[in-house]
Design a protein around this ligand. Structure first.
Ligand code: NAP
Length: 313
């Protein structure tokens, strides 16, 4: 149970020296701010990037903020399972204290991943499902491993249709996004349940950044060639959204707060969870559906070919 206090901030990060963290999608927005704060607290941070130039720019930015921190860049494209497998193969031997499943795309036009999955379900959920399963040996080598999975208030609009998990019938970019963010929460829930059933000390915590000014709002309009929508989004987020640094706080707290355990879900506590300091977030009934969580897990194993082996400590 989470008891909000005066308002958690990055000043509450403990000394993270000796802790190793991987942040997916750390080239911009919430992921980059999360990496900066964790490195500033002394963690060794791996930022993942699908574009090496953007990865190097992120490393430079993190190093500028935390000159003494160990910062590496790992090549990872979550929309390509072969890339997920190569990344995990390279990094599964080193004990991993925290994995932050943050990368994502929102409201993109109908597109497929390299493996033929709808792009949002494929990147936001299935890529992270495969990554976490393949990095499980590294997580189980850490003393108190934690997986943080990033969802959204948009999950409230999501419901899964297992006969059409890829939203092939009547594709709607926002419906597909909401489903992928619901999948993130169901995954976090089922991961925590399975980790506990296997008597591991892995904690699975979810978080969302409220509404934060990031590139997320530009990617869909850019891919669809809709400049006017991009401008509306830019103006809207400039007026209404909090900074990416503030949006990173729920992820940071989810990564380090010792009071948290599997099943907890954090988000900003003010104004409909759009902005503010991190506290317990509200979740939809669909995100608490244990049957759906199990069905999604089975479907994700089948689609990705990744099976979780909790016994490989
Ligand atoms: N911003 C918000 O208001 C908001 C609200 C709710 C939830 N979220 C969630 O917060 C998370 C971070 O988003 P953000 O707002 O920080 O957006 P962002 O600035 O666009 O960052 C998204 C990150 O994901 C990476 N990414 C996209 N596709 C990828 C792929 N196929 N493989 C690997 N990395 C990929 C991007 O890398 P590139 O640099 O290569 O594009 C970038 O680093 C997402 O999960 C999003 O759903 C954001």
């Amino acid at each position: 149970m989470l008891y909000p206090t005066r308002g958690w901030s990055a000043h509450d990060l403990p000394d993270l020296s000796g802790r190793h963290v991987i942040v997916t999608g750390a080239t911009s927005g919430i992921g980059l701010e999360t990496a900066v704060a964790l490195a500033g607290a002394g963690a060794s941070v791996m930022v993942t990037a699908r574009d090496p130039a953007r990865g190097n720019a992120a490393r430079t930015r993190v190093r500028r903020a935390a000159p003494r921190a160990e910062v590496e860049v790992g090549a990872l494209d979550l929309a390509d399972l072969s890339s997920v497998r190569s990344f995990a193969a390279e990094h599964r031997d080193r004990p991993l204290d925290v994995l932050i499943n943050n990368a994502g795309v929102m409201a993109v036009p109908p597109r497929r991943t390299a493996d033929g999955f709808e792009l949002q379900m494929g990147t936001n959920h299935l890529g992270h499902f495969a990554l976490t399963g393949l990095l499980l040996p590294a997580l189980l080598r850490a003393k108190a491993p934690r997986v943080v999975t990033v969802s959204s208030v948009m999950h409230w609009w999501g419901s899964l249709n297992f006969a059409d998990l890829m939203t092939e019938r009547r594709y709607d970019p926002w419906v597909a996004y909401a489903r992928s963010k619901l999948a993130n929460l169901l995954f976090a829930r089922e991961l925590g349940r399975r980790a506990a059933a296997a008597a591991t000390n892995l904690a699975s915590v979810a978080a969302h950044p409220g509404v934060s000014r990031t590139n997320l709002f530009q990617v869909g309009p850019q891919m669809a060639g809709r400049r006017a929508t991009g401008v509306v989004m830019r103006v809207g987020t400039a007026l209404l959204a909090q900074s990416a640094r503030a949006g990173a706080l729920p992820l940071l707290r989810a990564a380090v707060d010792p009071e948290l355990s599997s099943g907890d879900y954090l988000g900003p506590r003010g104004l409909g969870e759009w902005r503010g300091r991190p506290a317990a977030a509200r979740r939809s009934a669909n995100s608490r559906d244990d049957t759906a969580a199990r069905l999604l897990w089975d479907a994700s194993e089948q689609l990705t070919g990744v099976e979780y082996r909790f016994a490989c400590r």
